[in-house]
Design a protein around this ligand. Structure first.
Ligand code: ATP
Length: 514
Protein backbone atom coordinates (compact mmCIF):
# COMPACT_ATOMS: atom_id res chain seq x y z
CA UNK A 1 0.00 0.00 0.00
CA UNK A 2 1.30 3.46 -0.85
CA UNK A 3 2.42 5.52 2.13
CA UNK A 4 1.09 9.00 2.79
CA UNK A 5 3.62 11.81 2.27
CA UNK A 6 4.01 12.19 6.05
CA UNK A 7 4.61 8.48 6.51
CA UNK A 8 7.13 8.28 3.71
CA UNK A 9 9.00 11.30 5.08
CA UNK A 10 9.06 9.70 8.53
CA UNK A 11 10.51 6.56 6.98
CA UNK A 12 13.29 8.58 5.37
CA UNK A 13 14.16 10.24 8.70
CA UNK A 14 14.19 6.98 10.63
CA UNK A 15 16.11 5.15 7.91
CA UNK A 16 18.69 7.94 7.92
CA UNK A 17 19.24 7.40 11.61
CA UNK A 18 19.06 3.62 11.71
CA UNK A 19 21.67 3.19 8.99
CA UNK A 20 24.15 5.82 10.11
CA UNK A 21 23.36 8.58 7.62
CA UNK A 22 22.10 11.44 9.79
CA UNK A 23 21.94 11.90 13.55
CA UNK A 24 20.43 14.69 15.59
CA UNK A 25 23.25 16.91 16.93
CA UNK A 26 24.07 16.38 20.63
CA UNK A 27 21.38 13.73 20.82
CA UNK A 28 22.39 12.50 24.28
CA UNK A 29 21.55 15.99 25.53
CA UNK A 30 18.16 15.85 23.80
CA UNK A 31 19.49 17.44 20.64
CA UNK A 32 19.91 20.94 19.31
CA UNK A 33 17.09 22.23 17.13
CA UNK A 34 17.74 22.15 13.39
CA UNK A 35 21.35 21.01 13.74
CA UNK A 36 22.40 17.58 12.49
CA UNK A 37 25.45 15.34 12.25
CA UNK A 38 26.30 13.00 9.41
CA UNK A 39 27.14 9.42 10.40
CA UNK A 40 29.47 6.82 8.91
CA UNK A 41 27.41 6.33 5.75
CA UNK A 42 26.07 9.87 5.59
CA UNK A 43 29.51 11.44 5.40
CA UNK A 44 30.46 9.21 2.48
CA UNK A 45 27.27 10.00 0.57
CA UNK A 46 27.68 13.70 1.33
CA UNK A 47 31.30 13.70 0.16
CA UNK A 48 30.27 11.99 -3.06
CA UNK A 49 27.61 14.63 -3.74
CA UNK A 50 30.20 17.35 -3.06
CA UNK A 51 32.65 15.65 -5.34
CA UNK A 52 30.04 15.32 -8.09
CA UNK A 53 29.26 19.04 -7.87
CA UNK A 54 32.87 20.15 -7.56
CA UNK A 55 34.10 18.13 -10.47
CA UNK A 56 31.12 19.06 -12.67
CA UNK A 57 31.83 22.73 -11.93
CA UNK A 58 35.60 23.06 -11.62
CA UNK A 59 36.96 20.10 -13.56
CA UNK A 60 34.53 20.09 -16.48
CA UNK A 61 34.49 23.86 -17.03
CA UNK A 62 37.87 25.30 -17.88
CA UNK A 63 36.59 28.78 -17.04
CA UNK A 64 35.57 27.90 -13.47
CA UNK A 65 38.08 27.71 -10.62
CA UNK A 66 37.67 26.85 -6.96
CA UNK A 67 38.08 28.69 -3.68
CA UNK A 68 37.90 27.94 0.02
CA UNK A 69 37.33 31.13 1.99
CA UNK A 70 37.00 31.51 5.75
CA UNK A 71 33.70 31.41 7.64
CA UNK A 72 34.62 34.54 9.60
CA UNK A 73 34.77 37.70 7.54
CA UNK A 74 35.28 41.37 8.23
CA UNK A 75 31.98 42.68 9.66
CA UNK A 76 31.73 45.39 6.99
CA UNK A 77 31.31 42.65 4.38
CA UNK A 78 27.80 42.05 5.72
CA UNK A 79 26.96 45.74 5.70
CA UNK A 80 28.08 45.99 2.10
CA UNK A 81 26.21 42.85 1.07
CA UNK A 82 22.98 44.15 2.59
CA UNK A 83 22.69 41.30 5.08
CA UNK A 84 22.83 43.53 8.17
CA UNK A 85 19.90 45.61 6.95
CA UNK A 86 17.93 43.26 4.80
CA UNK A 87 18.60 39.59 5.56
CA UNK A 88 15.28 39.24 7.30
CA UNK A 89 12.34 36.92 7.17
CA UNK A 90 8.85 38.16 8.06
CA UNK A 91 7.64 36.12 11.03
CA UNK A 92 4.21 35.73 12.56
CA UNK A 93 3.04 33.83 15.65
CA UNK A 94 -0.21 32.06 16.24
CA UNK A 95 -1.53 33.16 19.64
CA UNK A 96 -3.27 29.86 20.39
CA UNK A 97 -0.64 27.30 19.40
CA UNK A 98 2.28 29.66 20.14
CA UNK A 99 3.82 28.33 16.93
CA UNK A 100 5.95 30.63 14.82
CA UNK A 101 5.70 30.78 11.05
CA UNK A 102 7.27 32.60 8.16
CA UNK A 103 4.54 34.84 6.77
CA UNK A 104 5.86 34.42 3.21
CA UNK A 105 5.77 30.63 3.54
CA UNK A 106 2.18 30.67 4.84
CA UNK A 107 1.15 32.71 1.81
CA UNK A 108 3.10 30.66 -0.70
CA UNK A 109 1.62 27.44 0.64
CA UNK A 110 -1.85 28.95 0.51
CA UNK A 111 -1.36 29.98 -3.12
CA UNK A 112 -0.05 26.51 -3.93
CA UNK A 113 -3.17 24.95 -2.36
CA UNK A 114 -5.37 27.12 -4.58
CA UNK A 115 -3.40 26.04 -7.63
CA UNK A 116 -3.76 22.41 -6.61
CA UNK A 117 -7.53 22.85 -6.31
CA UNK A 118 -7.57 24.12 -9.89
CA UNK A 119 -5.54 21.08 -11.01
CA UNK A 120 -7.99 18.73 -9.23
CA UNK A 121 -10.91 20.35 -11.08
CA UNK A 122 -9.09 19.86 -14.36
CA UNK A 123 -8.36 16.21 -13.56
CA UNK A 124 -12.01 15.59 -12.68
CA UNK A 125 -13.18 17.23 -15.90
CA UNK A 126 -10.71 15.17 -17.92
CA UNK A 127 -12.33 11.99 -16.59
CA UNK A 128 -15.84 13.36 -17.22
CA UNK A 129 -15.24 14.50 -20.79
CA UNK A 130 -12.92 11.74 -21.95
CA UNK A 131 -10.92 11.97 -25.18
CA UNK A 132 -12.41 15.22 -26.43
CA UNK A 133 -11.18 17.12 -23.36
CA UNK A 134 -8.99 20.17 -23.97
CA UNK A 135 -7.18 20.90 -20.68
CA UNK A 136 -5.67 24.20 -21.84
CA UNK A 137 -9.03 25.55 -22.92
CA UNK A 138 -10.66 24.42 -19.68
CA UNK A 139 -7.89 26.10 -17.66
CA UNK A 140 -8.68 29.47 -19.23
CA UNK A 141 -12.48 29.25 -19.49
CA UNK A 142 -13.96 27.23 -16.63
CA UNK A 143 -15.07 29.82 -14.06
CA UNK A 144 -14.11 27.75 -11.03
CA UNK A 145 -10.62 26.91 -12.31
CA UNK A 146 -10.03 30.48 -13.44
CA UNK A 147 -11.20 31.67 -10.02
CA UNK A 148 -8.71 29.49 -8.13
CA UNK A 149 -5.81 30.45 -10.37
CA UNK A 150 -6.61 34.14 -10.22
CA UNK A 151 -6.91 34.02 -6.43
CA UNK A 152 -3.50 32.32 -6.19
CA UNK A 153 -1.88 34.97 -8.38
CA UNK A 154 -3.60 37.74 -6.48
CA UNK A 155 -2.31 36.49 -3.11
CA UNK A 156 1.27 36.49 -4.38
CA UNK A 157 0.89 39.85 -6.13
CA UNK A 158 -0.45 41.43 -2.92
CA UNK A 159 2.43 39.88 -0.96
CA UNK A 160 5.06 41.20 -3.36
CA UNK A 161 3.52 44.67 -3.28
CA UNK A 162 3.35 44.66 0.54
CA UNK A 163 6.98 43.58 0.92
CA UNK A 164 8.17 46.10 -1.63
CA UNK A 165 6.37 48.81 0.30
CA UNK A 166 7.84 47.35 3.54
CA UNK A 167 4.27 47.26 4.83
CA UNK A 168 4.14 44.37 7.31
CA UNK A 169 0.56 45.20 8.37
CA UNK A 170 -0.49 44.64 4.80
CA UNK A 171 1.20 41.23 4.84
CA UNK A 172 -0.79 40.33 7.96
CA UNK A 173 -3.98 41.59 6.32
CA UNK A 174 -3.56 39.14 3.42
CA UNK A 175 -3.29 36.28 5.92
CA UNK A 176 -6.51 37.46 7.59
CA UNK A 177 -8.35 38.12 4.32
CA UNK A 178 -7.47 34.68 3.01
CA UNK A 179 -8.63 33.15 6.31
CA UNK A 180 -5.35 31.28 6.68
CA UNK A 181 -5.35 29.28 9.89
CA UNK A 182 -2.58 27.74 11.99
CA UNK A 183 -2.12 24.08 10.96
CA UNK A 184 -1.64 23.16 14.63
CA UNK A 185 -4.39 25.06 16.45
CA UNK A 186 -6.66 25.70 13.48
CA UNK A 187 -7.13 29.26 14.73
CA UNK A 188 -6.66 32.56 12.95
CA UNK A 189 -5.50 34.46 16.03
CA UNK A 190 -2.32 35.93 14.57
CA UNK A 191 0.16 38.38 16.09
CA UNK A 192 1.50 41.18 13.94
CA UNK A 193 4.24 40.42 11.41
CA UNK A 194 7.81 41.28 12.43
CA UNK A 195 11.09 41.21 10.58
CA UNK A 196 13.73 38.90 12.02
CA UNK A 197 17.42 38.99 11.05
CA UNK A 198 18.77 35.53 10.32
CA UNK A 199 22.46 36.10 11.01
CA UNK A 200 24.21 34.60 14.03
CA UNK A 201 26.48 37.09 15.78
CA UNK A 202 29.61 36.28 17.74
CA UNK A 203 32.69 38.07 19.05
CA UNK A 204 36.33 37.88 18.08
CA UNK A 205 39.12 38.61 20.56
CA UNK A 206 38.84 39.04 24.31
CA UNK A 207 35.69 40.81 25.35
CA UNK A 208 37.49 43.09 27.82
CA UNK A 209 39.78 44.53 25.17
CA UNK A 210 37.02 45.77 22.93
CA UNK A 211 36.23 42.69 20.91
CA UNK A 212 34.66 43.17 17.52
CA UNK A 213 31.26 41.84 16.55
CA UNK A 214 31.36 39.25 13.85
CA UNK A 215 28.77 37.18 12.05
CA UNK A 216 28.87 33.56 11.07
CA UNK A 217 28.51 33.79 7.31
CA UNK A 218 24.92 33.20 6.14
CA UNK A 219 26.13 32.33 2.62
CA UNK A 220 29.43 31.42 1.05
CA UNK A 221 29.02 33.84 -1.86
CA UNK A 222 30.53 36.88 -0.16
CA UNK A 223 33.83 35.01 0.33
CA UNK A 224 33.92 34.71 -3.45
CA UNK A 225 33.14 38.38 -4.08
CA UNK A 226 35.83 39.70 -1.76
CA UNK A 227 38.38 37.41 -3.44
CA UNK A 228 37.26 38.23 -6.94
CA UNK A 229 40.26 40.42 -7.77
CA UNK A 230 42.73 38.07 -6.06
CA UNK A 231 41.63 35.18 -8.22
CA UNK A 232 41.26 37.33 -11.34
CA UNK A 233 44.81 38.61 -11.07
CA UNK A 234 46.72 35.58 -9.75
CA UNK A 235 44.79 33.14 -11.95
CA UNK A 236 45.23 35.35 -15.05
CA UNK A 237 41.50 34.92 -15.61
CA UNK A 238 39.48 36.40 -18.43
CA UNK A 239 35.85 37.45 -18.22
CA UNK A 240 33.63 35.41 -18.37
CA UNK A 241 34.81 33.10 -15.63
CA UNK A 242 33.45 31.55 -12.45
CA UNK A 243 34.59 30.88 -8.90
CA UNK A 244 33.11 27.89 -7.10
CA UNK A 245 33.12 27.16 -3.41
CA UNK A 246 31.71 24.61 -0.99
CA UNK A 247 31.35 25.52 2.66
CA UNK A 248 29.32 25.95 5.79
CA UNK A 249 26.72 28.68 6.18
CA UNK A 250 24.66 29.60 9.22
CA UNK A 251 21.15 31.02 9.49
CA UNK A 252 19.02 31.45 12.55
CA UNK A 253 15.97 30.06 10.76
CA UNK A 254 12.58 30.93 12.24
CA UNK A 255 10.93 27.70 11.29
CA UNK A 256 13.10 24.64 11.26
CA UNK A 257 10.97 21.55 11.30
CA UNK A 258 11.79 19.65 8.17
CA UNK A 259 14.82 17.59 9.15
CA UNK A 260 17.85 18.55 7.06
CA UNK A 261 15.73 20.57 4.60
CA UNK A 262 16.06 23.68 6.76
CA UNK A 263 18.98 23.75 9.16
CA UNK A 264 20.64 26.43 11.24
CA UNK A 265 24.10 25.18 10.24
CA UNK A 266 24.29 23.83 6.72
CA UNK A 267 26.52 23.58 3.71
CA UNK A 268 26.27 25.41 0.41
CA UNK A 269 27.80 24.78 -2.98
CA UNK A 270 27.91 28.11 -4.75
CA UNK A 271 29.39 29.41 -7.97
CA UNK A 272 29.61 33.05 -8.99
CA UNK A 273 30.09 33.56 -12.70
CA UNK A 274 31.48 36.98 -13.68
CA UNK A 275 30.33 38.29 -17.06
CA UNK A 276 30.29 41.39 -19.19
CA UNK A 277 27.30 43.63 -18.45
CA UNK A 278 24.65 43.00 -21.08
CA UNK A 279 25.53 39.31 -21.47
CA UNK A 280 24.08 38.27 -18.13
CA UNK A 281 20.75 37.00 -19.47
CA UNK A 282 22.50 34.70 -21.89
CA UNK A 283 24.63 33.28 -19.06
CA UNK A 284 21.66 33.12 -16.74
CA UNK A 285 19.88 30.88 -19.27
CA UNK A 286 23.06 28.88 -19.79
CA UNK A 287 23.47 28.09 -16.09
CA UNK A 288 19.77 27.48 -15.58
CA UNK A 289 19.95 24.70 -18.18
CA UNK A 290 23.36 23.43 -17.12
CA UNK A 291 22.34 23.07 -13.52
CA UNK A 292 19.16 21.16 -14.37
CA UNK A 293 21.22 18.82 -16.55
CA UNK A 294 23.46 18.14 -13.56
CA UNK A 295 20.44 17.10 -11.50
CA UNK A 296 18.97 14.99 -14.29
CA UNK A 297 22.27 13.13 -14.75
CA UNK A 298 21.48 11.33 -11.50
CA UNK A 299 18.76 9.44 -13.30
CA UNK A 300 15.73 10.19 -11.12
CA UNK A 301 12.51 10.80 -13.01
CA UNK A 302 12.51 14.24 -14.67
CA UNK A 303 8.98 14.85 -13.35
CA UNK A 304 10.51 15.38 -9.88
CA UNK A 305 12.15 18.64 -11.00
CA UNK A 306 10.71 21.94 -12.10
CA UNK A 307 11.77 25.55 -12.48
CA UNK A 308 10.10 28.21 -10.42
CA UNK A 309 10.66 31.77 -11.61
CA UNK A 310 10.63 34.22 -8.73
CA UNK A 311 7.63 36.51 -8.23
CA UNK A 312 9.55 38.77 -5.90
CA UNK A 313 13.16 39.48 -6.84
CA UNK A 314 15.77 40.08 -4.14
CA UNK A 315 17.09 43.62 -4.02
CA UNK A 316 20.21 42.64 -5.95
CA UNK A 317 18.70 40.51 -8.71
CA UNK A 318 17.38 41.21 -12.21
CA UNK A 319 16.31 37.60 -12.78
CA UNK A 320 16.01 34.60 -10.50
CA UNK A 321 14.70 31.07 -10.66
CA UNK A 322 14.73 28.07 -8.39
CA UNK A 323 15.13 24.49 -9.36
CA UNK A 324 12.51 22.77 -7.25
CA UNK A 325 12.54 19.13 -6.33
CA UNK A 326 9.60 17.00 -5.32
CA UNK A 327 10.40 16.10 -1.71
CA UNK A 328 8.02 13.83 0.24
CA UNK A 329 6.42 17.06 1.50
CA UNK A 330 5.97 18.56 -1.96
CA UNK A 331 7.93 20.60 -4.49
CA UNK A 332 10.50 22.82 -2.73
CA UNK A 333 13.55 24.83 -3.68
CA UNK A 334 16.75 22.86 -3.91
CA UNK A 335 18.85 25.33 -5.88
CA UNK A 336 18.71 28.98 -6.86
CA UNK A 337 20.05 30.57 -10.04
CA UNK A 338 20.28 34.33 -9.71
CA UNK A 339 21.37 37.11 -11.98
CA UNK A 340 22.82 39.46 -9.35
CA UNK A 341 23.90 42.33 -11.64
CA UNK A 342 26.94 44.26 -10.36
CA UNK A 343 25.30 44.78 -7.00
CA UNK A 344 27.82 42.90 -4.85
CA UNK A 345 31.01 44.07 -6.53
CA UNK A 346 29.80 47.67 -6.64
CA UNK A 347 28.87 47.61 -2.97
CA UNK A 348 32.25 46.14 -2.03
CA UNK A 349 33.94 48.86 -4.10
CA UNK A 350 31.96 51.45 -2.23
CA UNK A 351 32.47 50.07 1.27
CA UNK A 352 36.13 49.07 0.90
CA UNK A 353 37.17 52.04 -1.22
CA UNK A 354 38.88 49.59 -3.57
CA UNK A 355 37.55 49.37 -7.10
CA UNK A 356 36.36 45.89 -8.01
CA UNK A 357 36.80 46.34 -11.73
CA UNK A 358 38.53 44.79 -14.69
CA UNK A 359 39.95 46.26 -17.87
CA UNK A 360 38.28 45.64 -21.20
CA UNK A 361 40.93 45.78 -23.97
CA UNK A 362 38.23 46.10 -26.64
CA UNK A 363 36.80 49.32 -25.32
CA UNK A 364 39.87 50.45 -23.37
CA UNK A 365 37.67 50.93 -20.34
CA UNK A 366 37.33 49.52 -16.87
CA UNK A 367 34.04 47.92 -15.92
CA UNK A 368 32.42 46.14 -13.01
CA UNK A 369 31.42 42.62 -14.04
CA UNK A 370 27.89 41.35 -13.66
CA UNK A 371 27.35 38.10 -11.81
CA UNK A 372 25.25 35.02 -12.40
CA UNK A 373 25.12 32.79 -9.35
CA UNK A 374 24.21 29.16 -8.88
CA UNK A 375 23.58 28.23 -5.26
CA UNK A 376 22.61 24.81 -4.02
CA UNK A 377 22.24 23.46 -0.49
CA UNK A 378 24.31 20.32 -0.03
CA UNK A 379 22.07 19.04 2.76
CA UNK A 380 18.91 19.60 0.73
CA UNK A 381 20.54 17.78 -2.13
CA UNK A 382 21.39 14.95 0.26
CA UNK A 383 17.77 14.80 1.40
CA UNK A 384 16.47 14.77 -2.16
CA UNK A 385 18.75 11.89 -3.10
CA UNK A 386 17.95 9.92 0.04
CA UNK A 387 14.20 10.39 -0.18
CA UNK A 388 14.03 9.52 -3.88
CA UNK A 389 16.14 6.41 -3.42
CA UNK A 390 14.44 4.77 -0.48
CA UNK A 391 12.07 2.02 -1.50
CA UNK A 392 10.23 -0.81 0.17
CA UNK A 393 10.17 -3.36 -2.59
CA UNK A 394 7.64 -6.19 -2.65
CA UNK A 395 9.35 -9.39 -3.80
CA UNK A 396 7.92 -12.25 -5.84
CA UNK A 397 7.98 -14.64 -2.87
CA UNK A 398 5.65 -12.37 -0.89
CA UNK A 399 8.39 -10.90 1.31
CA UNK A 400 9.78 -7.39 0.96
CA UNK A 401 13.14 -5.68 1.18
CA UNK A 402 14.28 -2.17 1.94
CA UNK A 403 16.51 -0.96 -0.85
CA UNK A 404 18.20 2.38 -1.23
CA UNK A 405 18.46 2.89 -4.97
CA UNK A 406 21.13 5.56 -4.80
CA UNK A 407 22.73 6.67 -8.04
CA UNK A 408 25.64 4.20 -8.11
CA UNK A 409 28.45 6.73 -8.00
CA UNK A 410 26.98 8.44 -4.94
CA UNK A 411 26.61 5.29 -2.83
CA UNK A 412 28.64 5.35 0.41
CA UNK A 413 30.34 2.11 -0.60
CA UNK A 414 30.64 1.01 -4.17
CA UNK A 415 31.02 -2.68 -3.38
CA UNK A 416 30.90 -5.04 -0.42
CA UNK A 417 33.19 -8.04 -0.21
CA UNK A 418 31.46 -10.97 1.45
CA UNK A 419 33.16 -14.32 2.17
CA UNK A 420 30.37 -16.91 2.08
CA UNK A 421 31.73 -18.59 5.22
CA UNK A 422 34.13 -17.68 7.93
CA UNK A 423 36.39 -20.70 7.27
CA UNK A 424 38.33 -22.72 4.69
CA UNK A 425 40.44 -19.75 3.69
CA UNK A 426 37.47 -17.78 2.29
CA UNK A 427 37.99 -14.75 4.58
CA UNK A 428 41.66 -14.62 3.60
CA UNK A 429 40.86 -14.64 -0.11
CA UNK A 430 38.16 -12.03 0.45
CA UNK A 431 40.66 -9.86 2.32
CA UNK A 432 43.09 -10.07 -0.54
CA UNK A 433 40.40 -8.97 -3.03
CA UNK A 434 39.43 -6.17 -0.64
CA UNK A 435 43.09 -5.16 -0.47
CA UNK A 436 43.24 -4.95 -4.28
CA UNK A 437 40.14 -2.82 -4.64
CA UNK A 438 40.45 -0.44 -1.71
CA UNK A 439 42.96 1.83 -3.41
CA UNK A 440 40.42 2.73 -6.07
CA UNK A 441 37.05 2.32 -4.42
CA UNK A 442 35.30 2.59 -1.10
CA UNK A 443 34.74 -1.12 -0.41
CA UNK A 444 33.22 -2.74 2.64
CA UNK A 445 34.12 -6.09 4.15
CA UNK A 446 31.43 -8.05 5.97
CA UNK A 447 31.66 -11.61 7.23
CA UNK A 448 29.01 -11.56 9.97
CA UNK A 449 25.63 -13.33 9.67
CA UNK A 450 24.03 -15.37 6.90
CA UNK A 451 24.66 -14.14 3.36
CA UNK A 452 21.00 -13.15 2.80
CA UNK A 453 21.09 -10.89 5.80
CA UNK A 454 24.32 -9.30 4.62
CA UNK A 455 22.80 -8.62 1.19
CA UNK A 456 19.86 -6.88 2.89
CA UNK A 457 22.22 -4.74 4.96
CA UNK A 458 24.03 -3.60 1.84
CA UNK A 459 20.72 -2.99 0.02
CA UNK A 460 19.61 -0.72 2.84
CA UNK A 461 22.68 1.51 2.52
CA UNK A 462 22.59 1.46 -1.26
CA UNK A 463 25.74 -0.54 -2.11
CA UNK A 464 25.48 -1.21 -5.85
CA UNK A 465 27.47 -4.45 -5.90
CA UNK A 466 27.98 -7.35 -3.51
CA UNK A 467 30.93 -9.57 -4.28
CA UNK A 468 30.68 -13.02 -2.75
CA UNK A 469 33.65 -15.30 -2.32
CA UNK A 470 32.88 -19.04 -2.14
CA UNK A 471 34.67 -22.35 -2.48
CA UNK A 472 34.79 -22.15 -6.23
CA UNK A 473 36.64 -18.86 -5.86
CA UNK A 474 39.48 -20.78 -4.20
CA UNK A 475 39.71 -23.10 -7.16
CA UNK A 476 39.39 -20.82 -10.17
CA UNK A 477 39.55 -17.22 -8.92
CA UNK A 478 35.96 -16.45 -9.87
CA UNK A 479 33.49 -14.67 -7.57
CA UNK A 480 29.78 -13.88 -7.80
CA UNK A 481 28.63 -10.32 -8.15
CA UNK A 482 25.10 -9.44 -7.13
CA UNK A 483 23.41 -6.37 -8.52
CA UNK A 484 21.57 -4.28 -5.90
CA UNK A 485 18.66 -3.35 -8.15
CA UNK A 486 17.92 -6.52 -10.07
CA UNK A 487 19.37 -8.86 -7.40
CA UNK A 488 20.76 -10.87 -10.30
CA UNK A 489 24.00 -12.71 -9.75
CA UNK A 490 26.70 -13.68 -12.15
CA UNK A 491 30.17 -15.19 -11.95
CA UNK A 492 33.14 -13.17 -13.02
CA UNK A 493 36.87 -13.50 -12.55
CA UNK A 494 38.35 -11.42 -9.76
CA UNK A 495 40.62 -9.73 -12.27
CA UNK A 496 37.53 -8.19 -13.93
CA UNK A 497 36.27 -6.54 -10.75
CA UNK A 498 38.10 -3.26 -11.20
CA UNK A 499 36.64 -2.71 -14.61
CA UNK A 500 33.14 -3.74 -13.63
CA UNK A 501 32.98 -1.46 -10.57
CA UNK A 502 34.48 1.41 -12.51
CA UNK A 503 31.94 1.03 -15.27
CA UNK A 504 28.88 1.06 -13.09
CA UNK A 505 29.84 3.02 -10.00
CA UNK A 506 32.61 5.48 -10.73
CA UNK A 507 32.20 9.23 -10.53
CA UNK A 508 33.67 9.44 -14.05
CA UNK A 509 30.75 7.50 -15.49
CA UNK A 510 28.32 9.85 -13.75
CA UNK A 511 30.15 12.97 -14.87
CA UNK A 512 29.96 11.85 -18.48
CA UNK A 513 26.17 12.12 -18.24
CA UNK A 514 26.17 15.80 -17.22
P1 ATP B 1 14.46 29.29 1.43
O1 ATP B 1 13.55 30.17 0.62
O2 ATP B 1 14.08 27.82 1.41
O3 ATP B 1 14.73 29.79 2.81
P2 ATP B 1 16.60 30.72 0.29
O4 ATP B 1 15.95 31.24 -0.93
O5 ATP B 1 16.78 31.59 1.47
O6 ATP B 1 15.87 29.34 0.74
P3 ATP B 1 19.21 30.85 -0.78
O7 ATP B 1 19.60 31.99 0.06
O8 ATP B 1 18.95 31.07 -2.23
O9 ATP B 1 17.98 30.09 -0.11
O10 ATP B 1 20.29 29.71 -0.58
C1 ATP B 1 20.68 28.84 -1.62
C2 ATP B 1 20.45 27.39 -1.28
O11 ATP B 1 20.93 27.08 0.03
C3 ATP B 1 18.98 27.01 -1.24
O12 ATP B 1 18.51 26.67 -2.52
C4 ATP B 1 18.98 25.80 -0.34
O13 ATP B 1 19.26 24.61 -1.06
C5 ATP B 1 20.12 26.09 0.62
N1 ATP B 1 19.63 26.54 1.92
C6 ATP B 1 19.22 27.78 2.25
N2 ATP B 1 18.86 27.83 3.53
C7 ATP B 1 19.03 26.58 4.03
C8 ATP B 1 18.85 26.00 5.31
N3 ATP B 1 18.41 26.71 6.35
N4 ATP B 1 19.13 24.69 5.48
C9 ATP B 1 19.58 23.95 4.44
N5 ATP B 1 19.78 24.45 3.22
C10 ATP B 1 19.52 25.75 3.00
Amino acid sequence: MALSPEESFKRVVSHAKEYGFVFQSSEIYDGLAAVYDYGQNGVLLKNNIKNFWWRAMVQLNDNVVGLDSAIFMHPTVWKASGHVDAFNDPLIDNKDSKKRYRADVLLEEHAEKLRQKAEKEIEKAAIRFGDSFDADLYRTTNPRVVGYLESADLVMARYVAAMEAEDLDAVRQIILDEKITCPVSGSSQWTEVRQFNLMFATKMGSVAEGASDLYLRPETAQGIFVNFLNVYKTGRMKIPFGIAQIGKAFRNEIVARQFIFRMREFEQMEMQFFVKPGSEMEWYEHWKQARLRWHLALGFNASHYRYHDHDKLAHYANAAADIEFEFPFGFKEIEGIHSRTDFDLSRHSEFSGKKQQVFDPETNENFTPYVVETSIGLDRMFLSVLSQSLEEEALADGSSRTVLRLPHALAPTQAAILPLMKKDGLPELAQSIHGDLKFDFQVAFDEKDAIGKRYRRQDAIGTPLCITIDHQSLEDGTVTIRDRDSMEQKRVHRDELHLIIREIASMESLLRKV
